[in-house]
Design a protein around this ligand. Structure first.
Ligand code: HEM
Length: 141
């Protein structure tokens, strides 16, 4: 199971690399005026979302669920850190799919949010990352 845990952490890292970079691309895309930049951001966003963010999310989830059913659900049953972690992960998954929706909005040239909106939007996964890693490693309660 340590191999599963190692690859769980690796896929979580690549998932977050994309979760941090994609909204950054939204910031620059929202600021762009010329066609060449706009079309380039569309390609970068599509490749990042479907090529890295989605596979990383799927692998992290499969490996996490694997550990849950193998030992973790029983070993940590009734411990709040695990329940809170899973709730925060669900919130992160909603954020993930909202990013996918925004990729489609930008592709259709229908974005209405400012670059400032995306700058704040970009900060959200940081909060989840800090909370979930502390919960999973420290297991405070
Ligand atoms: C996608 C759904 C997820 C599930 C079902 C899941 C489930 C699990 C399980 C069962 C463990 C083993 C716990 C242990 O043995 O101590 C684990 C470990 C871990 N998870 Fe997740 N996880 C998920 C997502 C995440 C996310 C999004 C993060 C980071 C933000 C994360 C960070 C970690 C870390 C750092 C460990 C290693 C903890 C340690 O052994 O010290 N996981 N996860």
């Amino acid at each position: 199971m340590l191999w599963v845990k190692a690859f769980h952490v690796i896929s979580v890292i690549t998932w977050f690399a994309a979760l941090f970079y994609l909204p950054r691309l939204f910031v620059y895309h929202a600021l762009s005026k010329d066609k060449i930049s706009i079309e380039r951001f569309k390609i970068m966003q599509r490749k990042l979302y479907f090529g890295i963010m989605m596979p990383s999310f799927v692998i992290a989830s499969i490996l996490g669920l694997w550990m849950l059913q193998d030992y973790a659900w029983q070993a940590f049953s009734g411990q709040y850190w695990l329940l809170i972690k899973l709730v925060l992960v669900v919130v992160l998954i909603i954020y993930h799919f909202y990013c996918g929706y925004l990729v489609g909005v930008f592709r259709a040239d229908k974005n209405t949010h400012s670059h400032l909106f995306y700058r704040w939007f970009n900060e959200f996964p940081v909060l989840i990352l800090v909370a979930v890693v502390i919960l999973a490693v420290v297991k405070p309660f």
